[in-house]
Design a protein around this ligand. Structure first.
Ligand SMILES: *Cc1c(COP(=O)(O)O)cnc(C)c1O
Length: 340
């Protein structure tokens, strides 16, 4: 029985569900892992995660397709990305099969929380790993916990898609040879002040430039950029300090193989941005959010698609990828895993 939840009015907030997955790492190996109803974590006041932020995470979605299957989208890529995040933080790598098994178990156990097809709502899945034992001298923990919980979230765009306004940030998100390419909690901790400041000044997001030269576009705090040139080429910034978005990689594939568009992954200079026809932000939560305006210290770049609607190319990409996800357009081999 699907839960009594008002799917159309759900926001993006935490809702406690019935089960979560927990596995512990101790004495050099991961235990088998299990589902639990206990949503609380008890640990040392000196846990490495609390003192030195030794933690990384993933985010993906489960949803109901047109034919009633419950599916997840490309979880193998999340498994691989979590492995590189773990490696970057000296966290023991979570084996890929273990990650996938955990995702399947948690979604299956909470299947009554998976929103029905057509509501636009989804079940957001949050895998994460953290250093758990007491560490006061600076070094990695010896004991870790890998957990996966799920929470139903509402449609990202309620009452229609609205282009957003972003500002060029004065502070940096990631160092040139730092941790920008791994999904670490610490990258978000340092973005909190800047996003609150942006919101206070009337902007929806921050555009981060490359910290070394401050001439090239990187990403926002939690989404990659996609631009469309006036002749219809899809362009996305390339940099070692960008988090490799699975949505962005999927959209580039869709642009090329489903929409017949030219795609370029290359350095994008901020000076070029004013010449693009469309701009969007890609991530699991929204798939693509259209950007209507970018403000650089009072100088405004208003994209031709404007502040009322999504541009035609970004709109087509979004429709195609969501169609693939929802099962109304045939997916490339291996993109969709059915939860059985
Ligand atoms: C998670 C994340 C994204 C989006 O990645 P998806 O796999 O598409 O959800 C983009 N940028 C940052 C910094 C992120 O942490």
């Amino acid at each position: 029985m699907t839960k009594e939840i008002d799917w159309n009015n759900l926001g993006f907030g935490y809702v406690k569900t019935d089960y979560r997955y927990v596995s512990n790492y101790k004495d050099g190996s991961w235990d088998e892992g299990t589902l639990t109803t206990d949503d609380q974590i008890t640990m040392s006041e000196c846990a490495c995660v609390l003192q030195y932020a030794q933690t990384c995470f993933e985010g993906l979605k489960a949803y109901t397709t047109a034919n009633g299957d419950i599916v997840v989208f490309r979880p193998d890529l999340n498994a691989e990305r979590l492995q590189s995040s773990c490696a970057g933080l000296e966290i023991p790598v979570v084996p890929k099969e273990k990650f996938l098994d955990a995702i399947h178990q948690v979604v299956k156990a909470n299947k009554d929380f998976v929103p029905p097809y057509g509501t636009g709502a989804t079940l957001y899945i949050r895998p994460y790993v953290f250093g758990k034992n007491a560490v006061i001298g600076v070094k990695p923990a010896d004991e870790y916990e890998f957990r996966v919980f799920v929470t139903p979230v509402g449609p990202y765009f309620k009452g229609g898609v609205k282009p957003i306004t972003i500002r060029v940030s004065d502070v940096d998100r990631a160092a040139p040879r730092g941790t920008g390419n791994i999904k670490a909690g610490l990258n978000y901790a340092m973005s909190l002040h800047n996003i609150v400041d942006a919101h206070n000044k009337g902007f929806d997001e921050n555009m981060y430039l490359d910290p070394q030269t401050r001439t090239k576009v990187e990403e926002t705090g939690g989404a990659n950029f996609l631009f469309v040139t006036k002749d219809g080429t899809v362009v996305t910034p390339k940099s070692n300090s960008i988090l490799p978005s699975i949505t962005r990689r999927s959209l580039l594939y869709v642009a090329q193989h489903y929409c017949g568009l030219k795609v370029e992954e290359r350095e994008v200079y901020f000076d070029e941005v004013k010449d693009f026809a469309e701009c969007g932000l890609c991530g699991t939560a929204a798939v693509i959010s259209p950007v209507g305006k970018i403000v650089d210290h009072g100088k405004e770049i208003l994209f031709p698609s404007g502040m009322e609607e999504m541009g035609p190319v970004i709109s087509k990409l979004r429709e195609t990828l969501t169609g693939i996800q929802m099962g109304t357009i045939e997916a490339p081999e291996g993109w969709i895993q059915v939860i059985k």
